[in-house]
Design a protein around this ligand. Structure first.
Ligand SMILES: Nc1nc2c(c(=O)[nH]1)N[C@H]1C(S)=C(S)[C@@H](COP(=O)(O)OP(=O)(O)OC[C@H]3O[C@@H](n4cnc5c(=O)[nH]c(N)nc54)[C@H](O)[C@@H]3O)O[C@H]1N2
Ligand SMILES: Nc1nc2c(c(=O)[nH]1)N[C@H]1C(S)=C(S)[C@@H](COP(=O)(O)OP(=O)(O)OC[C@H]3O[C@@H](n4cnc5c(=O)[nH]c(N)nc54)[C@H](O)[C@@H]3O)O[C@H]1N2
Ligand code: SF4
Ligand SMILES: [Mo]
Length: 764
């Protein structure tokens, strides 16, 4: 790959794109090359904090798999470069033909934004609407939809989302998460250090592995994998049985506690704790400590989400803070506001009242938060009915590596009539596609994350481009807008809107422009769903610094400011009913290092609840019956002696975003962590190879003897196994081992943390 070699040095404010924290960074460039990466002190949230992964971002920006041109698959399976015009013309024709012959249900949109690129997603969703499809399959529906479903029932809307004020808490329960490596909380390592060094604050970690976070904890509950439902229900039972719950809070803010209480009082605590392999006294100590803490806070993640009882786990972890009244204050759990709407709300109970809920053709799966689960997609493509999925559009995802059951994905995707991939890299999924469209990288376009998950102060960061798009790469807003134009769904010109925007875009705070936009859409209702592209082409063209992609943020900022006007004003943005939203938008455009968009008060949490009575509804029938069924619920017996945690976060993995293995300073093999006693029994040592066999497949991996894992448990990282630059797979491709049907029967979230495996010593 050749790059311009200018030697002018420049420093730019942007953000890291490797995890949901999106820490502010500053990148120094020489020509197109990144020569120095540091934390950006001016970022209002992260204030200069970064982890070791961000310093390697040049490996994302420039590598052998970077796409440079649109590609079309040839009869022999190879890919040849074609022009954008040819690619989009042909794709448009094929999409329309599939839609007209088979209807919208024949199309599915997969992905739509990774760890930092959600602005493009706002434009991508137009294509799904153009296809009249409701199918969005997203990575969120292989980790978090069970959680969104529980939120919907508790708070009245699946878009109500929990945040955790670990920084100000004096008793934190980290359950099934390892923030030292995976982050997920602000400036994780600093926050953990603060917690550790303050003797008046307590940190409890529930994890079958003595993780980097567990090593810093006051109490480590080294639970048996997959038994968290027993542990959390025991903790709740102890709290209720000892009368340590917050009755005043429950009376004032919740309904349905007595039904839950009844279940909890019936729990045989000693039996349940025995199943978790923990000491009863230790569990009692944590239950009492947490219940009596002034500010208790719970942070959870995949360790309880991608495992047995995942939906019940989501309910129970929320009950931990609700039952103890640790909600709606500083240092506890809270709800928060979103600027970019990442989630939808889809309450399946509406079906009983005659409302149409789009169930999938084969599995009859409901959407949760508007999303469908990757674990069922291969079946929805391969099943024999006329209503199967025939065309898939993948954007910002690599399902062939990251979704469960790689062979099922390979098989199903190769049967599609049309597979299009939009990515910056020639991924394993791209290799199967009929067309591959090269996206500008996240440092070559305006981008933003919708992971603005904080409370009471919430942030937004519109990142400005650093480099020009590489070769023929285009930003997603341009790709989708051109495609809609090719599909003849929108015209290429909007003369009146263009004129108004060009002459005086900001006339009375965009009111004149917006009124004309509304009038245009009213006259042409068929364009309503394409408002993002119309904004992009018209207002966008008039925005400063070529920031057209940000045009879609104007209506979102107006909406946000009207919903949370006082919070926006408290963040230092002034304005009245008409001007506040536009002023917020202007500040977003002008703040290269990110900005505070709202400063809520704690009591605002109650207005973020969507139940009409403003209360939290605890009696979720399905959850109470799952809780009751735990008594007879034991994991299905397996004759495989080990439980594999398939997809651990370590110092050198970052989903599938870095492809060049050179980015890794350590752990190049992505080794299998195994307890010394298990290694001794198998007669293997660090550096030896073993075969890992699951019910789905097998992999050859390198062993690392490590006493941080429990006996009987082994771990492999995710984010390995790519075929970089056409080479052999580098490290374990974990999803060769995970089966599509090894998942929660309700939400279809995979049990990646609980894969029964057999290990065989490999004799060389
Ligand atoms: N370095 C790095 N950081 C990342 C990512 C990355 O790829 N690399 N990916 C990002 C993404 S997309 C996500 S979703 C987050 C995920 O972040 P986390 O969920 O925090 O990360 P994991 O390592 O997958 O799992 C967390 C912990 O769960 C534990 N665990 C396994 N089984 C069980 C169990 O049965 N019970 C309990 N209680 N714990 C169990 C594991 O030992 C592990 O320490 O990380 C983000 N951050
Ligand atoms: N077995 C197992 N599987 C797992 C996990 C596990 O723990 N175990 N973790 C799961 C989790 S939690 C997650 S979130 C998923 C993540 O899996 P995916 O959703 O597939 O996401 P990423 O691995 O982040 O890959 C993102 C893709 O986006 C591309 N990309 C980067 N920037 C841009 C851009 O600007 N535009 C476009 N169009 N593309 C871009 C990258 O090249 C990459 O191909 O993996 C999941 N898979
Ligand atoms: S990987 Fe996550 S925590 Fe590390 S610098 Fe990037 S955004 Fe921040
Ligand atoms: Mo994730």
């Amino acid at each position: 790959m050749s790059r311009t070699e200018a030697n002018s040095q420049q420093t730019h404010a942007t953000a890291c794109i490797l995890c949901s924290r999106n820490c502010g960074i500053s990148i120094t460039t020489e020509g197109d090359r990144f020569t120095k990466i540091k934390g950006d002190k001016a970022h209002p949230m992260t204030e200069g904090y970064i982890c070791q992964k961000a310093a390697r971002l040049e490996h994302y920006q420039e590598h052998a798999d970077r796409l440079s041109h649109p590609l079309k698959r040839q009869a022999d399976g190879s890919h040849q470069p074609i022009s954008w015009d040819q690619a989009l013309t042909e794709i448009a024709e094929q999409l329309l033909s599939i839609r007209d012959q088979h209807g919208g249900d024949a199309f599915a949109f997969v992905g739509g934004g990774g760890q930092g690129n959600h602005l493009g997603g706002a434009y991508g969703q137009q294509l799904r609407l153009a296809m009249k499809s409701r199918y969005v399959y997203s990575a969120l529906a292989q980790e978090k939809t069970q959680d969104f479903w529980v939120n919907g029932r508790l708070f009245g809307d699946q878009r109500c989302h929990i945040t955790e004020d670990v920084e100000h808490s004096d008793y934190v329960l980290f359950i099934g998460c390892n923030p030292f490596q995976s982050h997920g909380i602000p400036n994780a390592r600093d926050t953990l250090k603060e917690l550790k060094k303050d003797p008046s604050r307590t940190m409890v970690v529930v994890d079958p592995r003595r993780s980097e976070t567990a090593k810093m904890a006051d109490v480590h509950l080294q639970v048996k994998p997959g038994t968290d439902a027993f542990l959390m229900s025991s903790i709740l039972a102890i709290i209720v049985q000892e009368g340590l719950h917050d009755q005043a809070f429950l009376n004032q803010h919740c309904t349905g506690f007595s039904a839950l209480e009844q279940e909890l009082l019936a729990i045989p605590v000693e039996d349940y704790v025995r199943q978790t392999d923990l000491a009863l006294e230790q569990v009692q100590q944590v239950a009492r400590g947490f219940a009596q803490a002034e500010r208790g806070c719970v942070r959870i993640d995949l360790g309880i989400q991608q495992t047995l009882n995942t939906t019940l786990n989501s309910y129970l972890e929320k009950m931990l803070y609700v039952v103890t009244g640790n909600f709606g204050r500083q240092g506890v759990n809270n709800l928060h506001s979103f600027l970019i709407p990442l989630l939808g709300n889809s309450d399946e109970r509406a079906e009983a009242k005659g409302k149409h809920i789009q169930r999938t053709a084969h599995h009859k799966m409901i959407p949760i938060a508007g999303l469908y689960p990757p674990n069922i997609l291969p079946d929805e493509i391969e099943h024999s009915g006329d209503d199967r999925i025939r065309a898939v559009w993948v954007d910002s995802a690599n399902p062939l590596m990251t979704y469960a059951d790689t062979p099922a994905y390979e098989r199903a995707f190769s049967k599609l009539e049309l597979l299009v991939v939009v990515d910056v890299a020639y991924t394993e999924t791209a290799r199967l596609a009929h067309y591959v469209l090269p996206a500008a990288s996240q440092f070559e376009k305006f981008e933003a994350t919708g992971f603005n998950l904080e409370f009471p102060k919430n942030f937004f960061h519109l990142r400005h481009p650093i480099n020009k798009p590489y070769a023929e790469c285009l930003p997603e807003p341009e790709i989708y807008t051109r495609l809609l134009e090719k599909m003849k769904l929108i015209p290429t010109r909007f003369p009146i809107l263009e004129r108004i925007a060009k002459n005086e875009p900001e006339l009375t705070s965009y009111q004149v422009y917006l009124a004309s936009l509304m009038a245009t859409l009213k006259l042409n209702k068929q364009w309503m769903r394409y408002a993002p592209s119309i904004l992009y082409r018209t207002l966008g063209a008039a925005l400063p610094n070529d920031s057209a992609a940000a045009a879609v943020l104007l209506p979102l900022a107006i909406q946000y400011a009207s919903k949370h006007s006082e919070a926006v004003q408290r963040a230092g943005i002034s304005g009245n009913k008409v001007t506040l939203g536009p002023n917020l938008f202007r500040k977003i455009l002008a703040s290269k290092s990110g900005m505070v968009m709202s400063q809520h008060r704690y009591e605002d949490v109650w207005s973020l609840i969507k139940n009409k009575d403003g209360k939290i509804h605890l009696a979720i029938e399905e959850m109470l019956s799952d809780l009751s069924a735990l008594k007879t619920n034991t994991p299905a017996a397996s004759d495989r002696p080990f439980i594999l945690m398939a997809g651990e976060r370590r110092s050198y993995n970052a989903n599938q975003i870095y492809r060049d293995p050179k980015w890794r300073k350590v752990d190049k093999d992505g080794s299998l962590r195994m307890h010394p006693e298990d290694a001794q029994q198998l007669m293997v040592d660090s550096g030896d190879s073993v075969i890992v066999q699951s019910d789905r497949g097998e992999l050859s991996v390198v062993v690392e003897v490590d006493d941080s894992v429990r006996t009987g448990m082994v771990t492999l990282p995710h984010g390995y196994g790519m075929q970089y630059d056409g080479d052999e797979r580098q490290g374990p491709a974990v999803n060769l081992l995970t089966a599509a049907d090894h998942c929660d029967p309700f939400s279809k979230v995979p049990y990646h943390k609980y894969v029964p495996v057999t290990l065989l010593k490999q004799v060389s």
